[in-house]
Design a protein. Structure first.
Length: 371
């Protein structure tokens, strides 16, 4: 009978979302820290320095106290005869489960140096993909935020100055100015309720999307969006095939590797669909056919996995598939950026044009009041 072990255990519910929103948990080290750790440990292993001595040296040079305590705890476990993979598994916030399982396979094959470098490359590629997506979103968010702030500033502080001027001249205010002044007066009169209400809505939404149900709903919504949906699809495919290929290359059995890889999939809708494949694999149905039934991957991806499964070169096919979708993800990021730039120009132009028309209409109405 095949044994089953959980890859992660977490609490659910609204209050768990509150804890995650306010980050009541130890911070994770940056990916660069783990990449450097794996690379340097690989170098120590290659020249024949004991792992305990190497990690002890890392502890002495650790940039943070929490990381130093983790390294020292690993050293203590190793000195008591605990395996390196088990010592890493005791600190999941520092050492991802993918790294732990790859090290576990190296303990059997004896290829610790190679596996550590492979793990470092995997973490580095994942961090690079996240940076690309974040950098692509920074510019649109800044431009849109500045446009909204400027427009609100004009509506709340500039246009109200026209009220007294119109009253002193006895000129009728144009309809568009009446509307904007009404909005301005309402906001100023009720800002003590509006600001806390908006803040509370943002906080509650942040808490909700940190619950399993809220995150699942948000991930499903992202998959249906025109530009983001294909990006999420390409990202999931690249991440899944890359991680599974790396683990198979490291010698991790496909059944053990699959559970760890699925846990790294960020989109909860995709993860839920892929979780169902585990039972089919355990029943001896292979991996390509159950993956096809999920509908997560395109037919070309399934075909490459099926060919790799039949020829015994699944790790190579998965790496090739990951390279293809990494290029596709780069293309989609550039495409989204090229679409957002003119879209933002139109958005900002409409907002500025709306305010400009209001000002010009107001000035013409004032000019007409002198006749």
């Amino acid at each position: 009978m095949q044994s089953v072990a959980p890859t992660s255990v977490y609490k659910t519910g609204f209050f768990e979302g509150v804890r995650k929103f306010f980050k009541f948990q130890p911070p994770k080290p940056k990916p660069q820290v783990i990449v450097m750790f794996c690379k340097q440990l690989s170098s120590f292993v290659r020249v024949g320095i004991p792992v305990t001595s190497a990690i002890q040296a890392f502890a002495e040079q650790a940039p943070k106290k929490s990381l130093r305590k983790t390294y020292l705890a690993v050293v203590s476990d190793l000195e008591r005869g605990v395996r390196l993979s088990a010592a890493f598994a005791a600190h999941p916030l520092v050492f991802p489960s993918l790294v732990t399982d790859m090290v576990r396979s190296a303990e059997v094959t004896g290829k610790l140096e190679t596996v550590l470098r492979q793990a470092a490359k995997h973490i580095e590629r994942e961090a690079s993909a996240r940076r690309k997506i974040r950098s692509a979103m920074i510019y649109p968010i800044i431009v849109a935020t500045m446009a909204v702030v400027i427009a609100l500033g004009i509506i709340l502080f500039v246009l109200p100055a026209f009220t007294d001027l119109y009253a002193s001249l006895g000129v009728k205010q144009p309809g568009i100015l009446v509307f904007l002044l009404g909005v301005s007066k309402y906001v100023k009169a009720h800002y003590l309720f509006i600001l806390p209400g908006v803040l509370a809505a943002v906080v509650l939404f942040g808490m909700w999307i940190r619950t399993p149900r809220g995150r699942y709903a948000l991930d499903g919504f992202l998959l249906k969006m025109p530009l983001l949906g294909p990006m999420v699809q390409a990202s999931t495919t690249e991440r899944f095939t890359r991680a599974l290929g790396d683990m198979l290359t490291a010698g991790v059995p496909v059944g053990q590797a699959y559970a760890v890889v699925v846990a790294t999939v960020r989109n909860r809708v995709h993860r839920a669909a892929l979780n169902a494949v585990g039972a089919s694999m355990a029943a001896g149905r292979g991996i390509s056919y159950p993956l096809q039934q999920t509908g997560v991957f395109t037919p070309s991806v399934i075909q490459m996995i099926r060919v790799g499964e039949e020829t015994g070169h699944m790790d190579e096919n998965l790496q090739e598939c990951a390279d293809m979708h990494e290029e596709e993800l780069d293309y989609r990021i550039k495409r989204m950026t090229s679409f957002l730039e003119p879209a933002l120009i139109v958005f900002v132009g409409l907002m500025v044009g709306f305010v400009a028309v209001t000002l010009i209409t107001s000035i013409y109405s004032l000019a007409g009041g002198f006749h």
